[in-house]
Design a binder for this molecule. Structure first.
Ligand SMILES: [Zn+2]
Length: 113
């Protein structure tokens, strides 16, 4: 399960940051998960809760931001919104697109105490 391994990865980052920075607990963690990253937010939340048990991440509030999918269309020479990878340009129907947004998968901020 993709989301589970992702959640474990996030908890591992928290644990190693806790060792480095010496904080006791994470209050809030904000993740950026792009609309094109193929991640189910509720599965990720569930995985984070399960993976965080007994770690510094336990009890942390998980917030997931979802930047929308965006691509640059060479035919239209502009940025267009897309809802999934491989979609055609919504304006011209062409496939000369380069994804420019929505593939983010990162920890945006970590509030500790
Ligand atoms: Zn286009």
């Amino acid at each position: 399960m993709h989301e589970m391994s992702l959640a474990i990865g996030v908890v591992e980052v928290i644990e190693s940051e806790a060792r480095k920075q010496g904080f006791a607990r994470v209050e809030r963690i904000v993740l950026e998960v792009g609309a094109l990253a193929c991640v189910d937010a509720s599965a990720l939340e569930f995985g984070f809760e399960a993976a965080g048990k007994g770690t510094k991440a336990e009890g942390a509030v998980l917030e997931i931001l979802t930047p929308p999918g965006a691509a640059y269309c060479f035919a239209c020479q502009k940025s267009v919104p897309i809802s999934r990878k491989g979609d055609p340009c919504p304006d011209c129907g062409g496939y000369q697109l380069v994804v420019t947004g929505g593939e983010e998968l990162k920890i945006k901020s970590l509030e500790v105490c």
